[in-house]
Write a protein that binds this ligand. Structure first.
Ligand SMILES: C[S@@+](CC[C@H](N)C(=O)[O-])C[C@H]1O[C@@H](n2cnc3c(N)ncnc32)[C@H](O)[C@@H]1O
Length: 404
């Protein structure tokens, strides 16, 4: 393909109108199209696909919709919950109960008879939502928390997550979240926001009418190891791990994670970021300064050469960033090793990854992945560029594939 093309259909934007894939926007989510193309390129249909970095469960959802059983792993409990709701089979009776309950909730909210939940302890909440928006959201959340049917509650919470964003002053950009002033926002209209919520419910109902044709599950686990019960069970890996570019998933997921009680303070948020591969948000940054390599130069030499070059850059954070890059690839090495061990013979892996740049020094992720995979014992290691990520810098996305 033309290396200069940004191919938006290879990003999360492609997923927005595709049923359950479009439920929530998570910028680093990849396109369903990548999963479809990988599956089509295989000599035969996979028996079981693993995604060790599930995110919004794009891979397992696409697989089970195509009749391929699939399981996935993520370190973030909110994403594990969200992914599992996406993969569920909902009966017609349940769907009707969900729709009726949502309408009853909105009626109570409009009549001001709803039970309001406490507000989440998110820092400077007034930047995210104005007072009337907060009242609206806490009334919906309060009513959802009273529900006894777990499946209905889960679907209501997904709708609520969507409402959190549609009723906020925040604009979600790729790397940063910016906030509008109250003066830049339209006046809050209870009727309009209620209609919008019903619109979200209808969108979800339409997307869950067709049940998946295979089984899928997301498991809470750290992908630096493969859970024992999955070893030898998967013949294909299709995934997009974090890139070595300092994007924090926790940072973007904060509003959902605070409202749904997955985190209660910034320490929990930065601890989870530090536990994730490639995380550097909050206190994770200072922890990087104390981090020491455990691999004693055992990874491909090129990695340490690049890290050295970064550490010599004229910037006060160059040492931290050199550690960041080294740690990222050492973590991914542990991950690839364990994935190789659990993959059935003849199976294949497909990693969608991006390169990055620190102080003008390129970190060629695709070359480093290829070289780590060869070192571990993978065969037929190849990579192909799928899109340019940024119009200014030379940042690309690649799919690195290999077999066992
Ligand atoms: C690029 S996102 C995956 C996006 C996904 N393909 C999608 O379409 O939504 C990377 C994911 O890896 C997860 N992650 C990071 N470190 C992890 C680890 N050590 N074990 C398991 N998951 C991890 C993050 O929580 C994040 O959801």
């Amino acid at each position: 393909m033309n290396k200069a093309s940004q191919n938006a259909y290879y990003t999360f934007k492609y997923n927005r109108a595709i049923g359950r894939h479009g439920w929530l926007r998570l910028t680093p989510a990849y396109s369903v199209k990548i999963v479809q193309e990988v599956i089509e390129s295989l000599p035969q249909q996979p028996k079981c696909v693993l995604d060790p970095f599930s995110g919004t469960a794009t891979t397992p959802l696409e697989c089970i919709n195509s009749g391929i059983s699939s399981f996935a792993i993520d370190i973030n409990p909110f994403l594990v919950w969200f992914g599992n709701v996406k993969l569920k089979d909902f009966s017609d009776v349940l769907i009707a109960e969900f729709e009726d309950t949502a309408r009853e909730i909105i009626e109570k909210v409009q009549n001001k008879t709803a039970f309001n939940s406490d507000l989440p302890p998110i820092y400077r909440i007034d930047r995210w939502w104005r007072e009337e928006q907060l009242e609206f959201l806490s009334a919906i959340k309060g009513e959802i928390s009273k529900q006894n049917n777990g499946n209905v509650k889960d679907l209501l919470l997904v709708a609520f997550c969507r409402a959190i964003i549609e009723n906020s002053k925040a604009a979600f950009n790729h790397v940063s979240t910016s906030f509008k002033d109250d003066s830049e926002c339209e006046a809050f209209d209870l009727h309009q926001s209620s209609e919008q919520f019903i619109g979200i419910i209808e969108m979800i109902v339409a997307s869950i009418k067709n049940p998946p044709s295979a089984v899928g599950e997301v498991i809470l686990h750290d992908s630096r190891s493969v859970p024992e019960k999955f070893v030898g069970q998967y013949d294909t890996v299709i995934t997009s791990p974090p890139y070595p570019n300092r994007i924090s998933y926790i940072r973007e997921l904060r509003p959902y994670m605070y409202w749904l009680d997955y985190i209660t303070d910034s320490t929990e948020a930065s601890d989870l970021d530090w536990a994730s591969i490639g995380g550097t948000w909050g206190s994770a940054t200072s922890k990087l300064g104390r981090w020491e390599s455990t691999k004693n130069g055992r990874l491909p030499t090129m990695l340490y050469e690049i890290a050295n070059e970064i550490s010599r850059a004229d910037n006060k954070s160059s040492f931290l960033m050199a550690n960041y890059v080294t740690k990222y690839f050492e973590d991914m090495y542990d991950h690839l090793q364990t994935i190789f061990g659990g993959l059935s013979c003849g199976g294949s892996v497909h990693y969608t990854i991006g390169n990055s740049n620190f102080y003008g020094i390129t970190v060629p992720s695709e070359v480093l992945y290829e070289s780590m995979m060869k070192d571990i014992g993978f065969k037929s290691v190849t990579s192909r560029v799928i899109r340019k990520r940024n119009s200014k810098k030379e940042l690309f996305e690649y799919v690195v594939s290999a077999t066992k």
